[in-house]
Design a protein around this ligand. Sequence first.
Ligand SMILES: C[S@@+](CC[C@H](N)C(=O)[O-])C[C@H]1O[C@@H](n2cnc3c(N)ncnc32)[C@H](O)[C@@H]1O
Length: 224
Amino acid sequence: MTDRLGRTQRFYTRWARLYDLLAVHTPGIGSLRAAAIDRLAIQAGDTVVEMGCGTGANLPLLCQQVDPDGQVIGIDVSTGVLSVASDRVARNGWANVHVVRGDATEPPVEKGSADAVFASLVAGMVDDPAGMVDEWADLVGPGGRLGLLDLARSSDRRARPLNGLFRRFVTTANPRSVRESTAPLATLDRRVAAAHRQLGERCSDADSATRALGFARLSAGTVD
Ligand SMILES: C[S@@+](CC[C@H](N)C(=O)[O-])C[C@H]1O[C@@H](n2cnc3c(N)ncnc32)[C@H](O)[C@@H]1O
């Protein structure tokens, strides 16, 4: 495991319960998750892999959409968040949802075994987000679906007064490797843009939109 991944795993293991509260109860986050998952156009019976699933805040929606005949596989590197996600799965009695430890940049999933890959708030955490999206496109193969939800700085004029608040959110809600980088927001913006751009490269029907005054980026498409 690289130093960066080790720091990520320690951070999200230590703060898993607090992160879960933010992931589920931050005002507006539920409707962003629903809008992003809606764009993924999951069919009943699909197998969906959620990369960097964290505490499982997306699992209720994903589970509902695949129906009992499909399945959801959540992958995350941090044991603490996976333990919260496992509790959520057990509490809800979801027999078709499995959470496993793994690196989203080298997912432990056989190529061609998933219909769709979804990831929210993960692209900004890796050094090569475009390479990661490429890996996911290869995993689902032609006809497979990709969906991303990310937060980055907004260029919307109406959002300017909130950019300071967003900076504080990014610098407190991220591992030290992100907080201490010389320009954490610029790094986040660059990574998020690269991931969404790469989705566009791999899916000719890619559909992208912004929400939440431009702070949220949603993209989805079918791999060519
Ligand atoms: C900001 S949280 C988002 C969690 C969840 N997707 C959500 O929307 O609430 C980022 C998650 O990505 C995970 N993560 C970061 N880099 C990863 C990697 N290379 N492989 C697997 N998980 C990773 C972290 O452990 C953390 O749980």
